[in-house]
Design a protein around this ligand. Structure first.
Ligand code: FCB
Length: 398
């Protein structure tokens, strides 16, 4: 049985828009107000002000890492105008994490954009990559001592969202769905346009170059790894779909320092495409099948497709109101993860999604947190799963 390295990261993940609150200069803030059926992020869970308490809960439980993001819409609310105060805020977060013994894993882009960027053609604008580059350059001023940087979160999901936004602009507004909620329950998310995927690859490589020049961090991006499998005779269809939805993005990570693997469930592919998640009492609150074994499938596929790029689990978790199910799911997922380590996959850490119950992209019901939050008083209530994961971290093995 291989023991993971002593600096193996054990932690939890969040994203700015989902926890901070009042991200008023972002495209999601606008979207929430205009899409029927979507709830508002509002104050979210006010982690913008309460991050020291949130980080302390993780550290006290025994975790040694925290993945959080820098919000582009705050740092650059107007094109070319960078907010020194917001950059200082994120620097304080980095210092707070380091002070508590939590290794900061910092994401620079997690689904949201400044309004000005989104409203001016977003990623389809001819200067989109230059705009992104300027933002990345601004962040390098505060990234000293950050050992892990994720440039773009789930570029494959972002490409789907960009594909949907383009369709919505041409009049079909019904085409926009929350990617992690309605898009899971009803398997109707379109394939991402590979041209958009290629643009995001270019953006990632541009960001990586800047970050490698100005920081000592390991740089990578985090991919939604969907653990797709073929029904008998449908391997070719699987390869075709997996290429546009996942492999294009994994291949782009071949020269990265690590690849972020994000895994929740698994789905089969038949001759017509991806099969919907079966409806079952076991389904999670997003409608995804209960598949803790997905993590092992995802890691093996990412390791192979990236030509053995070191793996960091940047997200894995379950939407459930029953915390004992979270512990059962995670314990099994970790067992599958450690099988891959025993097989020789270079896994650098496990970051659970999510530290806190939070705003699940248009919805509050699916709760993924190790910590519950009272949304009126903002009081934090750690769940048994937090203590459980902290114990696993102290032991160093599930
Ligand atoms: C991932 C997202 C993350 C969260 C989880 C449940 O796709 O990166 O923000 O929504 O799903």
């Amino acid at each position: 049985m291989t023991r993971p390295a002593p600096d193996f990261l054990w932690g939890a993940s969040t994203a700015p828009h989902q926890i901070e609150g009042n991200n008023v200069n972002s495209d999601w803030w606008v979207r929430e107000q205009h899409r029927p059926g979507m709830e508002l992020s509002g104050d979210a869970v006010d982690s913008y002000h309460r991050y020291p308490e949130d980080m302390r809960l993780l550290a006290d439980a025994g975790l040694n890492a925290y993945r959080f993001g820098i919000e582009w819409a705050r740092v650059e609310p107007i094109e070319g105008h960078f907010s020194r105060a917001e950059l200082a805020h994120y620097r304080r977060m980095i210092d707070t994490a380091l002070g508590l013994g939590l290794t900061p894993v910092v994401t620079l882009h997690h689904f949201t954009h400044p309004r000005w960027f989104a409203e001016d053609d977003g990623w389809l604008h001819e200067r989109a990559i230059d705009r992104f580059r300027a933002y990345i350059e601004a962040t390098t001023a505060i990234l000293d001592d950050v050992p892990w940087i994720c440039t773009v979160n789930e570029p494959n999901m972002l490409a789907i969202m960009t594909t949907m936004s383009r369709a919505a602009r041409t009049g079909d507004t019904k085409k926009w769905l929350s990617p992690t909620v309605e898009g899971v329950a009803r398997p109707v998310l379109p394939n991402p346009d590979p041209e958009i995927g290629r643009l995001l690859v270019e953006a990632h490589h541009a960001a990586r170059e800047i970050l490698k020049q100005h920081t000592d961090a390991r740089v990578g991006w985090t991919v939604a790894c969907q653990a797709l499998t073929a029904t008998p005779g449908n391997e070719a269809k699987l390869r075709e779909l997996r290429y546009v939805r996942e492999d294009l993005y994994l291949e782009a990570a071949r020269d990265d320092d690590f690849v972020g693997v994000q895994s929740y469930s698994s789905q089969a592919v038949d001759e017509n495409g991806i099969l919907p998640h079966p409806v079952s009492p076991d389904s999670t609150l997003t409608g995804a099948a209960y598949r803790p074994d997905a993590l092992g499938i995802a890691v093996r596929h990412a390791w192979k497709t990236t030509d053995n790029t070191p793996v960091l689990i940047t997200e894995n978790g379950i939407a459930t109101a029953d915390d004992s199910r979270r512990i059962a799911y995670t314990s099994e997922a970790l067992r599958h993860l450690f099988e891959t380590i025993d097989e020789g996959v270079d896994v650098r850490g496990y970051l659970h999604w999510s530290a806190l119950d939070n705003f699940e992209w248009g919805h509050w019901e699916p709760t993924f947190g190790l910590v519950a939050v009272d949304r009126e008083t903002f009081e934090r209530h750690p769940k048994p799963s937090l203590r459980w994961l902290g114990d696993v971290a102290r032991r160093g093995r599930p």
